[in-house]
Design a protein around this ligand. Structure first.
Ligand SMILES: [Zn+2]
Ligand SMILES: [Zn+2]
Length: 1012
């Protein structure tokens, strides 16, 4: 007996039940045990940041994809690693803790105390990692929970130290002095790749200022610049022009590029090169810094002529390119603001004012001094701190960099070997690798990787490569070293290896992408001589994980990863940092294949924001749609497009899954009535006499397996979903529909075939919907594998494509027949005389089925003459080609004055129109309904006669009686006595009435039924 199924699945309830079953039966452990020693497939998990209080639906998307492919490979017998990772350091964590403690600046953090601050940060990681684990388990993700890696472990930190020491030995590590993107709130510089994260560029309205700089040697004349950052004007030292562009002087003496002001009148014109060297009075020469500068016009090839005035204000202390120019032209560098973005005291009345507050005062002042030409507002995409959302500024800063020039060719070469899905993401990576600058790895913060740099007054830079080396060279402080972390690490001075003097560590911590980038080495035991049990649970990770630190042989076995997957923005982040570190350490890519995917938006296509109220908590989604439905939604998404996630699409998915559920329920309901008890040992129905339709479903099932296998191998879940949806439609709307009656008695071939098809389809989608499939599997399969996840992957012969194409064509004809019927507004139960179809020769041997499905008396395969051809011009294409002649051609087409040529072309008035230049429509002539698609045309004769109308009446009555049976509560197999008011029907159709209503008698009378 099968367990009877309810009318629809309760996804959340059955999922919670399956979680208990898996736990009780140790299903995952048994799966790993089964695959142990098999061929390996190496997956490395990108760490999720452990700063959120719960799993979000965005994260659930990525986790689903990871789980799907791990499950698929497990079904195929691959031995795998299932180590989950948590990212635990950096601004992500710090900013959250600052907010919860009400701290507003770095000074307040230091007053609070770095020990306590570190402990609060760790608490956040502990709480968040527990919540993320709970959410991921609820999602159905199978991982080795409890053996996770935490990037703040001392082990991870030591591996990064080792990397940095190697970088220094190669001469690639240096302290740079440059103008860089800076967050005034966080008080630190940011690196180029951090600006690529989602949400960094936001639209913002800034002041738009046109400012004139009076020329010292040309009285009454000035050069005019445009800027959107007023606070940088006090740091102005030069004005740049394009040497080859033309500049003109307006009557009022203002010089601008002529091409930007085509309507202006110019009284004098010069090339930019002729302006070079002109000296001007700076806008804030009344303040001490500006007064010492010799302001002049300089040439710059990169001045663009798309906005502004064609003359660019240059402030090397407040702009990246400006700083580079200062080196070329030996310009002075003014640094106007401090770490927190406030003006230094030598800026007089601006002292202590922030860059944003300064704007109004500066504009007012420029107005008073006559420098201001015009002030307005300008909306543009402006970079913000990815963590605290503060608008970024440029600021001069000393940062530690890794030079990328020497390794760049290797990076490009290795990236060419990586298989990227979708392919354009590989191109993005290539672009990034070609154009990225040196890697800024230092941050002026607290809770992060301590950079092991100890510069000495003697000129030597000491870099510590391991904890052991630190211990050897430490002068004091080892006994208090709780973790390799601030503040403890800062209390351990070492001896300079060059001069023997005591030196201290620089205060900076590392870029968080170093933490995640080292993972393919730190978690796999690269160059580690001996496995250390629970060796990853060190430092802050102590007590949080039982993960071992494996030995080098293990690394050899699992490196590089066969596959990694994250969202697109990780190209410049995690995909990049591990790639870079891996090319440095071992000269090769850490992964062979990547699946990237685009962004998640809400179901209407908007970004999700808590303040807009359109975010969805994973908890709510689990409770309302269920994890399988979420997973199905994630997996339906082509990776090259944004996912529009929400309850609306979930509803639609549930509706589609219900069709599948109903097919299973159909089998179990009738199977129980007829005592159907299939044996697992004979899954494929090769031992029974199959009818043609059964043989087709067997082949169709093989096709599903073949299509899904190909889709999984291409890492495209959307193609698995498409294959499954089409299969479910074929099972439900063709096989069951055409075989229904065979299930009303015990037709073994029908039961066995349907069971086979459903069981195999469960296996194929088990990785996508692990809960529902296992729930149904345990009901349908007795005496076989206890779980669909232990059933392996179906190993089936190639499908018979000739047979499949034949039935696909039959289904196309039937589908077009339905469309034609619906267009003609004839009710479905009305029988029709004739159907003519053209372009579907393979369907010819199925005329009876087509006639039956569409209720027509006769099916003719031949030319459809019952249609009229309408041809219209495809205006966007044909308009440009024909020009003025279009009107005449259009009228001739409308009058039918054209000739149909081969290959979908048409001739009109001497012009040959190509298929893409016309829109072709076939419509039924009077008395016919026509539908046409992809070369197949179906025409239905719509004329009715007495005979057809009487039969329609019969079918209406049968329908009424069957409704009545249900309303009366009769079982589907109960026999009845029937009374009808229609003498004509009883006379003409007595036998059919009885067989189609299961009546033992039919009498004349008011419509009623009785149990026989
Ligand atoms: Zn910030
Ligand atoms: Zn020294």
């Amino acid at each position: 007996m099968f367990t009877p199924l309810p009318d629809k699945p309760d996804h959340p309830a059955l999922e919670l039940e399956m979680l208990e079953v898996w736990e009780r039966e140790q299903t995952f452990e048994r799966l790993r045990e089964r695959n142990h020693g098999g061929p390996t497939w190496s997956f490395v998990d990108g760490p999720v940041t452990a700063n959120r209080p719960a799993l979000g639906v965005h994260t659930a998307w990525g986790r689903t994809l990871k789980d799907v492919f791990q499950r698929y490979k497990a079904l195929r017998g691959f031995d795998q690693r299932y180590q989950n990772g948590f990212d635990c350091q950096g601004l992500w964590i710090e900013v959250g803790v600052e907010r919860s403690l009400g701290l507003n600046s770095k000074r307040e953090i230091e007053e609070y105390g770095l020990e306590e601050f570190a402990r609060r940060c760790r608490e956040v990681v502990v709480g968040s990692s527990e919540a993320l684990t709970r959410g991921s388990i609820r999602l159905g993700q199978w991982m080795d929970w409890g053996r996770d890696y935490f990037t703040f472990s001392d082990t991870n930190i030591e591996y990064i130290w080792k990397f940095l020491k190697i970088v220094q030995e190669r001469g690639w590590l240096y302290l740079g002095h440059r103008s860089t993107e800076w967050c005034p709130r966080c008080g630190t510089s940011l690196s180029q790749h951090e600006l690529t994260q989602a949400g960094v560029y936001q639209d913002r309205a800034d002041p738009s200022l046109f400012v004139r700089f009076p020329l010292l040697d040309r009285p009454g004349e000035s050069v005019v610049v445009w800027t959107t950052t007023p606070w940088t004007l006090p740091a102005n030292v030069a004005a740049a022009v394009h040497p080859a562009e033309e500049y003109g002087r307006r009557e009022n003496g203002e010089w601008v590029a002529t091409s930007l002001f085509p309507d202006d009148r110019f009284v004098e014109r010069k090339r930019g090169s002729e302006l070079v060297g002109w000296r001007y009075r700076g806008p804030f020469d009344d303040l001490p810094p500006g007064s010492q500068v010799d302001h002049r016009v300089i040439p710059w090839e990169d001045v663009t002529m798309d906005q502004g005035t064609g003359i660019v204000h240059i402030a090397p202390g407040a702009g990246g390119e400006d700083f580079e120019l200062s080196k070329v032209h030996d310009l002075p560098v003014l640094t106007p603001v401090d770490e927190s973005g406030r003006f230094y005291d030598d800026y007089g009345w601006l002292h202590g004012v922030s860059t944003t507050e300064a704007a109004d005062q500066i504009i007012g002042r420029l107005g008073e001094t006559g420098f201001l030409v015009e002030a307005g507002l300008y909306t543009h995409a402006y970079p913000h701190c990815w963590r605290c959302d503060t608008p970024l500024i440029f600021r001069l800063s000393d940062d530690w960099f890794i030079s990328v020039e020497a390794i760049r060719p290797k990076l490009l070469e290795e990236n060419d070997r990586v298989q990227w899905v979708p392919a354009y993401m590989g191109k993005r990576m290539d672009d990034w690798l070609r154009n990225m600058g040196d890697w800024n790895i230092s941050r002026r913060r607290y809770y992060g990787l301590p950079l092991p740099f100890y510069p000495c007054g003697c000129g030597h830079l000491n870099v510590i490569g391991s904890r052991g080396e630190l211990a050897e060279r430490a002068i004091e402080g080892l006994d208090q070293l709780e973790e390799l972390r601030r503040p403890w690490i800062d209390r351990v001075p070492i001896r300079c290896e060059s001069c023997g003097e005591a030196v201290t560590r620089i205060p900076e911590v590392g870029d968080v992408w170093l933490d995640a980038g080292i993972v393919p080495f730190a978690t796999l035991g690269w160059e580690n001589p001996e496995r250390i049990p629970e060796g990853y649970g060190t430092g802050a990770a102590r007590g949080l994980t039982k993960a071992d630190l494996p030995d080098h042989a293990y690394w050899e076995k699992w490196f590089p990863a066969d596959w990694v997957s994250e969202m697109r923005e990780q190209i410049r982040l995690w995909f990049y940092s591990q790639f870079f570190m891996s090319c440095v350490l071992v000269g090769r890519s850490p992964y062979a294949r990547v699946l990237g995917y685009e962004k998640m938006l809400d179901e209407t296509g908007r970004e999700m924001h808590a303040s807009w109220g359109n975010t969805i908590a994973a908890e709510d989604a689990f409770a309302q749609m269920g994890a399988d439905v979420m997973r199905w939604q994630f997996c339906s998404q082509p990776p090259d497009r944004n996912l529009l996630f929400g309850f609306g699409p979930a509803h639609e998915i549930k509706r589609r899954l219900l069709t599948f559920w109903n097919s299973v329920k159909f089998l179990t309901d009738y199977g129980n009535i007829e005592g159907f008890a299939p044996g697992w040992e004979q899954l494929e129905p090769t031992d029974v006499d199959l009818r043609p339709l059964d043989r087709w479903l067997v082949e169709r099932t093989k096709q599903l397996v073949a299509d899904s296998t190909a889709a999984y191998e291409a890492t495209l879940t959307v193609d698995v979903v498409r294959a499954f949806d089409a299969f479910v439609d074929d099972v439900s709307n063709w096989y069951i529909r055409r075989s229904r009656r065979r299930f009303y008695s015990f037709d073994e071939a029908a039961f066995r075939t349907l069971w086979y098809a459903l069981v195999q389809s469960l296996q194929v989608v088990a990785p996508l919907m692990p809960f529902l499939t296992d729930h149904l599997w345990r009901n349908l399969v007795q005496g076989g594998p206890a779980s669909v996840h232990l059933a392996g992957w179906p190993d089936l012969a190639e499908p018979d494509t000739a047979l499949l194409e034949e039935i696909a064509e039959v289904r196309r004809v039937v589908e077009l027949g339905r469309q034609a019927r619906s267009a003609s507004r004839l009710k479905l139960r009305q029988p029709l005389r004739r159907l003519v179809t053209e372009g579907a020769p393979l369907a010819a041997s199925h005329a009876d089925e087509i006639a039956d499905e569409l209720r027509v008396k006769e099916v003719v395969f031949g030319e459809v003459e019952a249609s009229e051809l309408r041809v219209k011009p495809n205006l966007p294409v044909l308009g440009p080609k024909l020009g003025a002649k279009l009107g005449a051609i259009r009228e001739q087409l409308a009058r039918g004055e054209f000739e149909e040529l081969d290959g979908g072309r048409f001739q009109v008035d001497g012009h040959v129109l190509e298929p893409d230049e016309v829109l072709v429509e076939r419509v039924g002539r009077d008395g016919w309904a026509v539908a046409s698609d992809a070369g197949v045309t179906v025409a239905l004769e719509t004329a009715l006669d007495d005979e057809l109308m009487l039969e329609a009446k019969l079918l209406d009555r049968v329908h009424e009686v069957n409704v009545l049976r249900r309303e009366t509560g009769l079982a589907i197999t109960d026999r009845i006595k029937l009374w009808l008011p229609d003498a004509d029907l009883i006379e003409r159709y007595r036998e059919r009435l009885m067989s189609e209503t299961l009546a033992v008698s039919v009498e004349l009378g008011d419509l009623r039924i009785e149990r026989a």
